[in-house]
Write a protein that binds this ligand. Structure first.
Ligand code: PLP
Length: 335
């Protein structure tokens, strides 16, 4: 039977619907369409950002399976890993992380939160981490053989249950458009593991959003994500019988903003981040939302030209800023 419009079970852990607000000063300064922001950085406190939307569905599935431990993976400063740790603790679960990187001398940002929340961390170098799925499965096996019930959450929670996070966000967006009489010509967001973009593509189809979808890869490239997001959409459609199709060539992506590579921040990107902070009081981070926002600024005279209203999804991650302190503007001392 095709999808009946009902949501799968989800935990009630995020502050939703998130606000959509216009950035009037910034828009005047940039001189293009009115830029609006969906404040998914306000989905919670320590659990803020885009991942909590996905985890609400995936961890509901884990609990249904009788899980007592969550296992997931990411970079040392992974927002997804940190959010999973918070959700695990909120649900009374144990949590283990497979992380890429070396133990730093000083804990900061997301890793500091992982430590405070008591996640058990397994650290690997980049070469070993390339086998992250096998590493997580090995760890799950070890826990199972000691009588535990682990549940593995894919990197970025980009898995069919997680797709619901942004399917539901698109319901919020389309409802908001109807309530406020505003139509967004485009929705723009960062792409790291692809689950947010997959949910946006599926949600656009299921809820009738006809603006452009512009996913900005912050690593890899358009071809890689076209395949990955197309596959995740197909898996989600199959798992929940959604009755829509997302041909990979229709996944909305915009290449050209990976810059120096994943996690590498360039001066022009930081200038865009500082511009938003100082014109609107909204703080991004350099790895995801900062790069996506830099693309928005860069495309004012390109992809976004002639549009009236553009929606930027602030996917959160402000804890990641701490790791870039030495590249950000210094304190202005009053004279
Ligand atoms: C703050 C932030 N924004 C955006 C993304 C990208 O989302 P996705 O992994 O669903 O592509 C991530 C994670 O990868 C993130 O942590």
């Amino acid at each position: 039977m095709p999808w009946d419009g009902l949501l799968p079970e989800r935990l009630d852990l995020a502050r939703l619907d998130t606000p959509i607000v216009p950035l009037r000063r910034l828009s005047a300064q940039l001189g293009g369409p009115t830029v609006w922001v969906k404040r998914d950085d306000q989905t919670g406190a320590a659990e803020s950002g885009n991942k909590i939307r996905k985890l609400q569905f995936t961890v509901a599935e884990a609990l249904r399976d009788g899980a007592d431990t969550l296992i997931t993976c990411g970079g040392l400063q992974s927002n997804h890993a940190r959010t999973t740790v918070v959700v695990a603790r909120r649900m009374g679960l144990d949590v283990e992380l497979v992380l890429r990187g070396e133990a730093p001398e000083r804990l900061e940002g997301n890793l500091l939160l992982d430590a405070v929340l008591g996640a058990k961390v397994h650290l690997y170098d980049a070469e070993a981490y390339a086998h992250k799925d096998a590493l997580m499965q090995q760890r799950a096996e070890a826990l199972r053989s000691s009588g535990r019930h682990p549940f593995v959450v894919a990197e970025g929670c980009s898995m069919p249950s997680g797709s619901w996070g942004y399917i539901e966000a698109m319901r919020e967006v389309t409802q908001w458009q109807r309530d406020h009489g505003v139509r967004f010509d485009a929705i723009l967001s960062g792409v790291g593991s692809g689950g947010t973009a997959a949910g946006i593509e599926l949600g656009a189809r299921l809820h009738g959003f006809d603006g452009q979808r512009i996913g900005v890869p912050v690593c890899d490239d358009e071809a890689y994500f076209r395949e990955k997001i197309g596959r995740l959409c197909a898996q989600t459609v199959r798992a929940y019988d959604l009755g829509v199709e997302v041909p990979p060539e229709e996944v909305g992506l915009l290449d050209g903003y990976v810059g120096g590579g994943y996690g590498v921040s360039r001066e022009a990107e930081r200038e865009s981040l500082v511009l938003l902070a100082r014109t609107e009081g909204i703080v991004l981070e350099p790895v995801y939302s900062g790069k996506a926002f830099h693309a928005l600024v860069g495309e004012m005279s390109g992809r976004l030209r002639g549009m009236e209203n553009v929606l930027f999804v602030h996917t959160g991650g402000v804890f990641g800023l701490a790791a870039y302190a030495d590249q950000l503007p210094p304190l202005q001392r009053a004279t």
